[in-house]
Design a protein around this ligand. Structure first.
Ligand SMILES: [Zn+2]
Length: 201
């Protein structure tokens, strides 16, 4: 079931092979043929996954979902464990910051008279032969993105952007103030806090 990305030019090079461009195929489980009991699947998320979700906040999430489906009668219990990372703009400097993204989620699916995937427990009607997990995995990934996205420390932020956002013009080369002539005769690079200290004298 593992989907392997075959290259950057799928659309251009292999027009006859529709399987190659069906990035969501690994996320569809043909449950009709599944025997009762547990079944394990692996699904990889990369930027190609998001081609099917053009309104996504980001396509910079990569990772792997391990899916266990426990089929019992007309019910399927789906446990999804996702491990990966997202690259998002840092709230402080707007530069790329990689944020770990892991979650465990569960979806209960029952077979019934008609399809309804709006409720917490999904019902699949007789016309359904596959369980498509791409939409719930897409939603869970966004649900579990942290609301604060920051580089681990300010030192890792883009210094030019940090200086710009702080209104200082240029970044200081000597942020801990260890040099002796701390900006006494350079006007351009002076941290505004130095001027504030001078005024206190
Ligand atoms: Zn940053």
């Amino acid at each position: 079931m593992k989907f392997v990305q075959s290259g950057c030019c799928n659309y251009l090079c292999t027009p006859q092979n529709e399987e190659v461009v069906d990035h969501l195929a690994p996320f569809r489980i043909p449950f009709v043929g599944l025997k009762p009991g547990q079944h394990d699947f692996r699904m990889e998320v990369d930027s190609l996954f998001f081609e099917s979700f053009p309104s996504s906040e980001t396509d910079q999430i990569t990772g792997e979902a391990e899916v266990t489906i426990d089929k019992l009668g007309s019910k399927m219990d789906c446990i999804v464990r996702f491990n990966g990372a997202a690259i998002l703009p840092c709230d402080r400097c707007l530069g790329d910051v990689q944020i770990p993204l892991s979650f465990d989620e569960r979806l209960v699916v029952q077979l019934g008279e008609s399809t309804n995937t709006e409720e917490e427990i999904w019902t699949l009607g007789p016309e359904c032969h596959e369980l498509n997990l791409s939409q719930p995995i897409f939603e869970w990934m966004h649900l579990h993105l942290p609301s604060r996205r920051l580089h681990a420390s300010e030192d890792q932020c883009d210094p030019a952007m940090t200086a710009y956002l702080n209104g200082g013009g240029t970044a200081s080369d000597d942020p801990d103030g260890s040099s002796d002539d701390g900006g006494s005769d350079e006007n351009d690079g002076i941290d505004p806090r130095w001027n504030a200290l001078k005024d206190l004298k």
